[in-house]
Design a binder for this molecule. Structure first.
Ligand code: AMP
Length: 389
């Protein structure tokens, strides 16, 4: 999702710029001013309460704003993202927005401030007043609105400066130039958003070979924790030696070590479009760890894919592989194969179920040859990229 807040004094051009942004990036537009005017038009309880405050150029209470905005966000959560105009307007509303975004497992990407001096915005509002039909576009009310802006709204900027997502633009430039500047910021933002895919499937479902090939095609980093542990051993690093020792004693590698390796991978992966996680998370604990690790890097899981293959077919495939050169040490005996399938069922299926409840899991038919299954997953990845935009 791409969530942007447009900030600036009344008359800064937020509404004008919003039109372009909403069309270009297919965002859902939320203008608290428009929502309030609709409530007033329908003479709802909230509308009646807000009417006189708006007429005087004051700010409507945060309680009213919460009520009108929460429903709009929740009802339109399937959109590409939100564009907020005229919200947040108080420090409290900045906290409210944080809470609302968190609840929906997303966040505000950036707040774009259109900087316009008071005399310019006043003149623009007076000009607009000649045609807008808005009773608050007159000199006395405009003065109040600007006072409210300076007293209550400007302090909001500090909130976003502290968060590091504040961007500013010279709003006195021509409409086209301001549009171009905003576009720049958003493109930058989009290049930062990663497509993170978790690829599930029983051993033998083809997740390894498919994951690797898809990662290469789409510029994604392939993260297979098993292979990462092996290559860490080869580097002879301190962690590598510790892993070797654990392997030799037949012990499981603790999450603490795997976390360090994934952290390193996330931090060192530059110029990539996202990640494909294979073989991780395998347990509920690891699913929380992955959420936390991605969140720490300002990202999140974008898509969860499960390749489905009937059990008999899995056994057939793993047994066939055990007789080829690409046999894995754990393909060696039927008992070992069954044990791995059982392990997946006991530990990883609950993780998939949890993800299914939280975000939905896309099931892919894993029957057929490599190209057929590849195409099915590629289609989902391409859709995932479209949704990022
Ligand atoms: P606007 O259309 O954004 O200029 O808003 C018009 C009027 O609606 C403002 O002057 C306020 O009285 C009220 N309003 C709009 N958004 C908010 C908000 N987020 N918080 C408080 N009052 C608001």
């Amino acid at each position: 999702m791409l969530n942007i807040a447009l900030f600036g004094p009344p008359g800064a051009g937020k509404g004008t710029q919003s039109e372009f942004l909403v069309n270009k990036y297919k965002l859902f537009y939320i203008s608290t001013g428009d929502l309030l005017r609709k409530e007033i038009k329908n003479q709802t309880k909230l509308g009646v309460e807000a009417q006189s405050i708006i007429a005087e150029g004051g700010l409507v209470s945060d309680e009213i704003i919460v009520q009108i905005i929460e429903k709009t966000i929740t009802d339109n959560f399937d959109s590409n993202g939100f564009l907020f105009d005229g919200f947040p307007r108080t420090y409290i509303q900045a906290y409210i927005l944080e809470g609302l975004m968190l609840k929906l497992n997303t966040s505000l990407n950036c707040l774009v401030s259109l900087n316009v001096p008071e005399d310019v915005s006043t003149q623009r509002l007076l000009d607009r007043g000649k045609t807008s039909g808005r009773s608050d576009d007159n000199e006395i009310v405009i003065r109040n609105r600007l006072r409210e802006y300076n007293d209550k709204t400007l302090p909001v900027l500090q909130f976003y400066k502290d968060k590091g997502i504040y961007k500013e633009i010279d709003g006195t430039k021509s409409i086209e130039n301001v549009t171009e500047d905003i576009n720049h910021i958003i493109k930058d933002e989009l290049s930062k958003s990663l497509l993170n895919i978790v690829l599930f499937g029983y051993p033998g479902s083809g997740r390894g070979s498919l994951g690797k090939a898809l990662a290469k095609e789409y510029g994604l980093e392939y993260v297979a924790t098993g292979a990462m542990l092996d290559s860490e051993i080869k580097t002879g690093s301190e962690i590598g030696n510790r892993i070797k020792e654990l392997y030799e004693n037949g012990q499981l590698v603790p999450d603490e070590i795997v976390v360090q390796l994934i952290e390193k991978k996330l931090a060192n992966s530059k110029d990539i479009k996202g990640f494909i996680f294979k073989g991780y998370p395998r347990t509920l604990v690891q699913s929380y760890i992955l959420d936390g690790l991605l969140k720490k890097h300002g990202s999140a899981i974008s898509k969860i894919i499960e390749i489905e293959v009937p059990t008999l077919e899995l056994i057939k495939r793993l047994d066939a592989r055990s007789k080829t050169e690409s046999a894995m040490p754990y393909d060696a005996s039927t008992a070992r194969i069954v044990q791995r399938l059982q392990e997946h069922e006991q530990k990883t299926i609950p993780v998939i179920e949890k993800y299914n409840q939280l975000h939905g899991v896309t099931k892919i038919d894993g029957l057929g040859n490599f190209e057929e299954v590849y195409k099915r997953i590629a289609y989902e990845i391409e859709n995932g990229f479209k949704n990022l935009r």
